[in-house]
Design a protein around this ligand. Sequence first.
Ligand code: HEC
Length: 124
Amino acid sequence: MKKQIYIALITVFIVSAYAIFRIGSTGAAPATEVSYSREVYPILESRCAACHMGEFVSEGLDMNTYESLLEGSQNGPVIIPGDVGNSLLVKMVTEGKMPKRGPKLTPAQIQILSDWINAGAPNN
Ligand code: HEC
């Protein structure tokens, strides 16, 4: 009798371990792979370059290169890899404070920036 209970418990354990493993390995992968060079940079170049690229950059926030973008402004980082909620850049485009001139970014553009930051803001 006791032996059967042990076998049942071990079976349940193995089945659930397998299920967790499957969910973990397939479900946790990011839905889309966002590329800095193909998707993120073109948005910044078309909408932020007037003030954040070139020789004079507003607030010291230089978007000319990946490295300078990640460095942030004279006040510190504006992108926290993996943490959209604490990334000032996303906050400002969501609130419509940036771009300072011209129309706001579209929800799709903001989504690209957010997905990229959530994926760890890779230089890809
Ligand atoms: C017309 C000029 C202009 C454009 C275009 C512009 N910015 Fe700015 N940005 C500024 C200025 C000026 C500041 C300094 C703070 C202020 O005046 O609000 C600033 C500040 C910022 C800051 C805050 C930096 C800090 O540490 O306080 C972020 C983040 C930012 N901009 C992101 C962007 C993004 C992203 C875009 C493009 C989608 C963009 N900006 C487009 C002029 C601009």
